[in-house]
Ligand binder design. Structure first.
Ligand SMILES: [Zn+2]
Length: 128
């Protein structure tokens, strides 16, 4: 499966896919909350999928692998080809997401953006 191997070793493509998936997860919850508050007035935001579907499948695998490693569920973890660079790509994607959506100092939810004045989730003031 040459295509799978290419995806696994393409850290740049994996990082893009991971960033888009983090953004999609954030927007899903954000839109649900806004839609509830505005009684259906918020328009859904679409996340473009800019890399081929294999990247998202690979990133889902890496997110699962990462959460198992975080829970210490794999004491004898023996990384397969590209898994370590893939996990680094996830970390880089998460860092980029945190710059775009810094965490609310009150509830920890990712803010709408670095210039947000209030938190969309807990409604606390985050900037004067
Ligand atoms: Zn908050």
């Amino acid at each position: 499966m040459p295509e799978l191997l290419d995806i696994a070793s393409d850290a740049g493509g994996l990082r893009i896919a991971a960033e888009e998936m983090l953004e999609a997860t954030f927007l899903k919850e954000f839109n649900e909350v806004i839609r509830e508050r505005t009684q259906g007035q918020a328009k859904p935001a679409e996340i473009p999928c800019t890399v081929s579907s294999g990247y998202y499948a690979r990133v889902r695998h890496l997110f699962e692998l990462e959460s198992m490693l975080n829970m210490d569920a794999l004491p004898r973890f023996n990384p397969q080809a590209g898994e370590l660079s893939g996990l680094r790509a996830l970390a880089a994607a998460r860092d980029a997401f945190r710059v775009k959506h810094p965490p609310c100092p009150h509830c920890g939810a990712p803010l709408e953006g670095p210039g947000a004045f209030t938190c969309w989730k807990c409604r606390a003031k985050v900037k004067e």
